[in-house]
Design a protein around this ligand. Structure first.
Ligand SMILES: Nc1ncnc2c1ncn2[C@@H]1O[C@H](COP(=O)(O)OP(=O)(O)O)[C@@H](O)[C@H]1O
Ligand SMILES: [Mg+2]
Length: 360
């Protein structure tokens, strides 16, 4: 498939501070790509480079095959939606939606048509004559999205568009955004620090750290085959349980913990030698009850703390001296101090070289 956006060897520094370093990224036509990372890792900086709001220090940016590295934002065919809705407070919703089109000298009838269509898609028709002050946060953000929508752009850029909304609304608008993408199929580049947004929305996620892409892959790859310890720890809530030990003849060992890695899919089976390793085990891959009795590895843990979530219960425990979290049924009668039988399938875990932190 053709690429919509190509980023080649991009560097960006603020004075002597390097924020993006030799960054490369291809985004396919119609793809929903999420830039995910903790605050300050350079997500907005990268998005602003694509938008043309920041001058790059080195490297090139292509949109639809055209080198736009030095093009004005208005020449790039992009529509941007910010966390702060950035609406004109003195204009009505309709005024906000049509403003950019009027400036671009789009004929009046066409403006009417495009505004009506965007309003219909975003279900803000009843709000067209209101001013932003008379809208809720979610409605304002819909208008902000509408403003990008009317412009008929190649690429939508979203910078944490849901961060200012309360939790319930965030979920609602997240679903709407996904519907919108299914419907329009435009290329969307979406910045967030929220892994749930990333997992639910993305075709592919780029996990960023300190201006670098740590892993680029589908939500499934990022979740099930994290490329390094950083990604493994960042993705998943609660995060993976990590045990540092030794790989010896295909078995993970740490004190009383012995996990045969039979069936584990190594990245490069021919290069696996004994060494210090860290194993990551997702809480949901630890089983209890009848399932535990059938698991390849069985053990007992002591319950330290119980967090009821309703649908399930998060149990904090101690496993051979290590802190260990897992999930149980929401109705499971479990209390502090209980001893529980657990089962683990080590092949479902993730093995990392302890010194390089790379997946084995
Ligand atoms: N205008 C600026 N001048 C100097 N440093 C900046 C500027 N904008 C951002 N930074 C720095 O660049 C880094 C990345 O920022 P940003 O891209 O906003 O991160 P994110 O969006 O991932 O939270 C941060 O360390 C930030 O302090
Ligand atoms: Mg940001």
């Amino acid at each position: 498939m053709a690429n919509s956006v190509e980023i080649r060897n991009l560097d960006l520094s603020f004075g002597s501070v390097e924020v993006l370093k030799d960054l490369n990224l291809d985004i396919a036509e119609g793809e929903f790509l999420v830039l995910l990372g903790s605050s300050g890792c350079g997500k907005s900086t990268l998005l602003n480079c694509i938008a043309g709001l920041l001058e790059v220090t080195d490297g090139q940016i292509f949109i639809k095959g055209k080198n736009v590295t030095w093009a004005e934002p208005s020449e790039r065919g992009i529509g941007m939606v910010f966390q702060s809705y950035a609406l004109y407070p003195q204009m009505t919703v309709k005024g906000n939606l049509s403003f950019g089109l009027k400036n671009a000298k789009v004929p009046k009838a066409e403006i009417e048509e495009r505004v009506a269509r965007a309003a219909e898609i975003l279900q803000i028709e009843p709000l067209l004559n209101r001013k932003p002050g008379a809208l809720s946060g979610g409605q304002r953000q819909r208008v902000a999205i509408g403003r990008a929508l009317v412009r008929d752009v190649n690429v939508f850029l979203f910078d944490e568009p849901l961060s200012n909304l309360d939790a319930k609304l965030r979920v609602d608008l997240r679903v709407e955004l996904k519907r919108l993408h299914n419907q329009l199929n435009n290329t969307m580049i979406y910045v967030t620090h929220d892994q749930v947004e990333a997992m639910t929305l993305a075709d592919r996620i780029a996990v960023m750290k300190s201006g670098k892409i740590m892993q680029l892959g589908s939500p499934d790859e990022i979740y099930n085959k994290p490329k390094n310890l950083y990604v493994a720890d960042f993705i998943g809530s609660p995060s993976m349980n990590f045990l540092e030990g030794q790989l010896e003849g295909g078995t993970f060992k740490k004190g009383g913990v012995v996990l045969p890695m039979t069936g584990y899919q190594y990245v490069n089976p021919l290069q696996v030698t004994d060494r210090p390793v860290t194993i990551g085990i997702r809480p949901e891959h630890v089983v209890t009850g009848e399932l535990a009795a059938k698991a390849p590895v069985q053990s007992e843990v002591t319950v330290d703390l119980v967090e009821p979530m309703g649908s399930d219960t998060l149990v904090w425990s101690t496993f051979e001296g290590n802190s260990f979290r897992f999930r149980m049924d929401g109705q499971a009668p479990v209390t502090n101090g209980d001893t529980i039988k657990i089962g683990i399938d080590p092949a479902k875990g993730s093995l990392f070289d302890t010194s390089s932190e790379d997946r084995l």
